[in-house]
Design a protein around this ligand. Structure first.
Ligand code: ARG
Length: 461
């Protein structure tokens, strides 16, 4: 049982099938730098309670530094016989420090508290990376909004023309959703900033080691107050995959719109050549692959989250080996987003909007009917009645195959004497937009104020 972490009570080594099943180095090796950082911190607390002499600490740190350099350079890689990153790095440490010193480091810690800590360290680092990627997408929306402050587009509900809105207003709607995603990452980091190191296998350590010193060394705010919780909980992992799923969903929603906007039928946008792909058979094709991959990968990230929750659901406290399955969903969600975010921000930043076409369509499909009703309300007509009268105007226009502004003064007067020619002030896209000037509305002054507020909230992030 050479090289194994638990030979003593066993007469022989594991069956090949078990060894193959058990092995996690092909995916947990990426935690090596966190494991080594944990080992350095652990060596220091062993030294503080005199379980390592000054000289031993120095030798241990030197060996860990060497091991880390060898891991980074690729000179040290996991062996076929290594089960996981922790076992492999202990082997590497012993090779460098010798068995007398290297064998001392495992005192007072377990792979159970190590892996729970490493996972949180990974989540914290990648939450920051993903937040930075999201902020780039938000910046791309802000730049497009600033480039098109007054361009109208058809605002839709149920995908039907509803009311004209500003393109900038629509784009910033995506930015606000992504800002909340950034806040979710910051918020989960507060909970992730508590270190399980020192929880041992599940019960803590009898060696008088200070978990808060380790926590501090590894950049955590504090250590856990319950070692069972420390080793068994994976809610932070699931929170990460949930937030990742939400980010995937938000990226997918803008992507679905871009895909639609780029159709011949919509012709709202042209994708930049560098963010679109061609077809191997149809020479004319220009495909929105970035958006489609965002839409597709969001499904995969939701799968990571659902799979992790299913793994956790039936687990009694404390550690169970099922928890080895906690890592791949977290890694996959992070990897997927880190690939996607730069592509999505590039795609958004380089979209060309066909603003004349969008402006032309903005008021069509009777999208100003609500403006007529609200204009009537301002003339003192009860909304119930105003809604009816505006609806009748739509019916007349529809039956004649024209738009609301094509109806004559006589036709309006025939519907109701309240519909005087002054109603035409709201029968333009501009009049409609300008009237929606309160906070959160799509009027140009409200959108300018919104943009300032968004930038104010984004600035410190
Ligand atoms: N590799 C394991 C994991 O990823 C940690 C090892 C704990 N193993 C054990 N038998 N207690 O969760």
């Amino acid at each position: 049982n050479e090289g194994s972490l638990w030979g003593g009570r066993f007469a022989g080594g594991p069956a090949d099938a078990l060894a193959a099943l058990s092995k996690s180095t092909d995916f947990d090796w990426r935690l090596a730098k966190y494991d080594i950082a944990g080992s350095r911190a652990h060596a220091r607390v062993l030294h503080r309670v005199e379980l390592l002499s000054d000289e031993e600490l120095e030798g241990m740190i030197a060996a860990l530094d060497q091991l880390e350099a060898d891991v980074v350079s690729g000179a040290y890689v996991p062996a076929e016989s290594d089960e996981d990153v922790h076992g492999s790095l202990e082997r590497g440490l012993i090779e460098r420090a010798g068995p007398a010193l290297g064998g001392k480091l495992r005192a007072g810690r377990s792979r159970n508290d190590q892996i729970a800590t490493m996972g949180r360290m990974f989540i914290r680092d990648h939450s920051r990376l993903i937040a930075d990627g999201l902020l780039d997408v938000i910046d791309a929306f802000i730049a497009q909004a600033e480039a098109h402050p007054y361009a109208p587009m058809p605002g839709r509900t149920h995908l039907q023309h509803a009311q004209p809105v500003l393109l900038s207003h629509h784009l910033l709607a995506h930015a606000w959703a992504m800002l909340r995603d950034v806040q979710r990452l910051t918020d989960l980091d507060r909970r992730a900033a508590v270190s399980p190191y020192g929880s041992g296998a599940l019960a803590g350590s009898s060696l008088g080691l200070d978990p808060n010193a380790v926590a501090d060394d590894l950049g955590f705010d504090s250590a856990v107050w319950n070692s069972i919780d420390g080793t068994a909980a994976r809610d932070i992992f699931a929170e990460f995959t949930w937030v990742a799923s939400m980010i995937g969903v938000d990226l997918s929603r803008i992507s679905e719109e871009v895909i639609f906007w780029a159709t011949k039928e919509a012709s709202f946008v042209t994708l930049h050549d560098s963010y679109s792909t061609g077809s191997s058979i149809m020479p004319q094709k220009k495909n929105p692959d970035v958006a489609e991959l965002a839409r597709g990968k969001s499904g995969r990230i939701i799968g990571d989250h659902a799979g992790l929750l299913a793994t956790l659901k039936g687990l009694p406290l404390a550690y169970n080996r099922d928890l080895q399955e906690d890592k791949e969903p977290v890694f996959d969600a992070a990897d997927s987003l880190e690939l996607l975010l730069p592509a999505v921000s590039g795609m958004v930043a380089t979209l060309t909007f066909h603003t004349e076409r969008m402006a032309e369509l903005a008021p069509q499909g009777f999208a100003l009917a609500t403006d007529i009703a609200e204009w009537l309300v301002r003339q003192g007509v009860p909304f119930r009645e105003a809604h009816e009268l505006s609806g009748e105007a739509v019916q007349v226009a529809e039956s004649r195959g024209v738009e609301l502004w094509d109806l004559t003064d006589e036709e309006y007067a025939a519907i109701s004497p309240a519909l005087t020619p002054e109603v035409r002030s709201v029968l333009t896209t501009e009049g409609s937009l300008n009237s929606r000037s309160s906070q959160g509305g799509t009027g140009p002054t409200a959108v300018a104020a919104q943009l300032e507020e968004l930038k104010r909230q984004v600035a410190p992030l």
